[in-house]
Write a protein that binds this ligand. Structure first.
Ligand code: HEM
Length: 240
């Protein structure tokens, strides 16, 4: 293992995770009202409708797939599915979602680069994030033929071993040394997205997931029952 490999896969993940978590917290604490998607729908909605919907359907599927696929411990799925079958599932499902996401993201990027109104009102980070996401998605799609070349599922096992060891603070990147370059580039750029997250409009993702909490929020109490004014009185009395 070279020093560079050690840094990129054993140290860099922690730098990115720390900046992602602490940075998100600091941004929310300092500038809550800037944690938004900054929709440009009012400026031009045409290409956005298809672009945004295809992109979000694809990316949310990929996000869930990556989380479950990488972080589920091997022993939990072993009785039901072999690593080789899991790899086929990942390639097929990830490939379909990746293709949908790719079409959507390409529409979004095209619109942001070539629509003069959108271009003029875009911040540098809006463009940067779209270009990085496009690069990351392309790298992910490039790994597919490589994965089909390792039908035994060994690559998936090595990747999930690395990810699970990072999250449990036992970094071990030895399994990644012999891996093909698109996997390594995909990992490094993926971690970089976490690093840039708090400094960009990606902060809206927290809000997107946060809305689920709304389903479980308690009833809003407008006034307490004890303060109800009983009929025939002009002020709330003590009763009950
Ligand atoms: C958690 C659920 C999510 C919700 C509710 C959500 C919602 C939104 C909304 C309302 C917009 C404005 C787009 C528009 O004008 O239609 C937007 C834009 C965007 N979202 Fe999301 N989003 C979510 C997850 C994600 C994820 C996981 C990513 C990527 C990692 C992402 C990346 C983006 C980007 C890059 C844009 C800007 C697109 C552009 O206008 O060029 N979003 N999102």
């Amino acid at each position: 293992m070279t020093d560079m490999h050690q840094f990129l896969f054993n140290v860099y993940p922690y730098i990115c995770l720390a900046v992602f978590l602490m940075g998100s917290l600091a941004r929310f604490d300092r500038d809550q009202y800037t944690c938004k998607s900054d929709s440009s729908q009012l400026l031009r909605s045409g290409q956005l409708r298809w672009g945004s919907n295809l992109f979000h359907v694809g990316i949310l599927f990929l996000l869930c797939g990556h989380t479950v696929g990488l972080l589920t411990p091997h022993f939990l799925y072993e009785p039901f599915i072999t690593p080789a079958q899991k790899q086929v599932l990942a390639v097929v499902a990830g490939g379909l979602a990746g293709a949908v996401c790719f079409v959507g993201l390409s529409l979004l990027l095209h619109r942001r680069l070539f629509d003069p109104r959108i271009r003029l009102t875009s911040h540098r980070t809006d463009l940067l994030i779209l270009i990085i996401l496009w690069g990351q998605l392309t790298l992910g799609l490039v790994t597919l033929p490589f994965s089909l070349g390792h039908g035994d599922g060994s690559v998936m096992l090595a990747l999930s071993h690395w990810a699970q060891h990072i999250l449990t603070f036992r970094p071990d990147a030895s399994g990644l040394v012999a891996m093909d370059w698109p996997y390594k580039a995909h990992l490094v750029l993926g971690m970089t997205i976490f690093l840039l997250f708090p400094f960009s409009r990606l902060m809206h993702v927290w809000g997107g997931f946060g809305t689920v909490a709304y389903l479980f929020r308690p009833y809003q109490i407008v006034r307490s029952r004890r303060l109800n004014v009983p009929p025939g009185r002009s002020h709330p009395g003590r009763f009950g």
